[in-house]
Write a protein that binds this ligand. Structure first.
Ligand SMILES: Nc1ncnc2c1ncn2[C@@H]1O[C@H](COP(=O)(O)OP(=O)(O)O)[C@@H](O)[C@H]1O
Ligand SMILES: [Mg+2]
Length: 234
C-alpha cells in the first residue's frame, strides 16, 4: 500500500531569463495519514517549493506527487484548482485574512467554496475564538489572527493541512500556543498536518521529521520520542 502523501524524485527548476534555479534537485519522502510532520531546513533549502507543489499552488518540473492515491502531478489546471479548493488547507506566515471581513466572515468565505464545510462558529470556538467572532483582523492580535487563519483552513475540512512557517511572525509564547493548536488538531481530528520551519528545535514535537538541504531531502525519520510543544525550548 502506498503512503497518504508520496513525493517521488521531484525536481523543480525556475527559469528567469537565461538563469535556471534548481529549487528542488531530487526530493523524495512520504507522510502517513494523520501524522504531524515537520519539514525543517535552512532558508532557501526548498521547503516552500515543496509545500506549494504539494498544495497544487505550483507545478513540478519532473517526478511524481500523490495524495491519497491520486497523482497530483498529472492534474490539469481546472482539476488543480478543485484540488486546492477541496483537499488542501493552507496556513501562511502572515495570515492572509481579508481585512474588511470579521473573523467569522473570513472563515465562512473559505467554507462557502467547499463541498462539505464545517460550521464556522463551531470551528472558531475550537480554536479558542468563540468570543471574538465579530472582530475584524485589525482588532485581533497576531496570534488570534493566525487562529482565524487556522479555523479558515480547518472549516474546509481538508485532507491535508499545510502550514508554511506558521509562527514566523509571532512572539515566542504565542508561537508555541499556535503550534499546540496545530498539534491538538492533528491528534483530536486525525488531521494530517505538515508544518514547515527553519527552527530545528520544533522537530521534537513531530511524528515525522523531514530535513531538506539544497533542494534535496537530506533525511526522513519517524520520531519515537515525541515531546509536547510546551516542553520544547528554543
Ligand atoms: N518563483 C521563483 N522564481 C525563481 N526562484 C525561486 C522561486 N521560488 C523559489 N525560488 C528559489 O528556489 C530556492 C528554494 O526556495 P524556497 O522553496 O522558497 O526555500 P525555503 O522555503 O526553504 O526558504 C531558493 O533559491 C529560491 O530563491
Ligand atoms: Mg519558505
Amino acid at each position: 500500500m502506498s503512503a497518504f502523501v508520496e513525493f517521488k524524485n521531484v525536481k523543480k527548476t525556475y527559469k528567469t531569463g537565461e538563469v535556471e534555479i534548481h529549487a528542488l534537485k531530487d526530493a523524495t519522502f512520504e507522510i502517513g495519514k494523520g501524522e504531524f510532520c515537520v519539514i525543517v531546513g535552512a532558508s532557501g533549502a526548498g521547503k516552500t517549493t515543496i509545500l506549494n507543489i504539494l498544495g497544487g499552488m505550483d507545478t513540478l518540473t519532473s517526478g511524481s506527487v500523490k495524495l491519497d492515491g491520486r497523482e497530483i502531478s498529472k492534474l490539469g489546471k481546472k482539476e488543480l484548482t478543485a484540488y486546492r479548493r477541496y483537499d488542501i488547507g493552507f496556513v501562511f506566515q502572515f495570515y492572509n485574512l481579508v481585512q474588511n471581513l470579521t473573523a467569522k466572515e473570513n472563515v465562512e468565505l473559505a467554507a462557502q467554496i467547499c463541498k462539505d464545510p464545517l460550521d464556522a462558529e463551531e470551528v472558531l470556538r475550537q480554536v479558542g475564538l468563540g468570543e471574538r467572532m465579530k472582530n475584524f483582523p485589525a482588532q485581533l492580535s497576531g496570534g488570534e489572527q493566525q487562529r482565524v487563519a487556522i479555523a479558515r483552513a480547518l472549516a474546509k475540512n481538508p485532507k491535508l493541512l499545510l502550514c508554511d512557517e506558521p509562527t514566523g511572525a509571532l512572539d515566542y509564547n504565542t508561537g508555541k500556543a499556535v503550534l499546540k493548536l496545530l498539534q491538538d488538531t492533528c491528534r483530536k481530528k486525525g488531521m494530517t498536518v505538515v508544518v514547515i520551519t527553519h527552527n530545528s528545535a520544533l522537530a521534537a514535537m513531530a511524528d515525522r521529521i523531514i530535513t531538506v538541504k539544497s533542494g534535496m531531502v537530506e533525511s526522513m525519520r519517524l520520531n519515537t520520542d515525541i515531546v509536547d510543544v510546551e516542553d520544547i525550548e528554543w
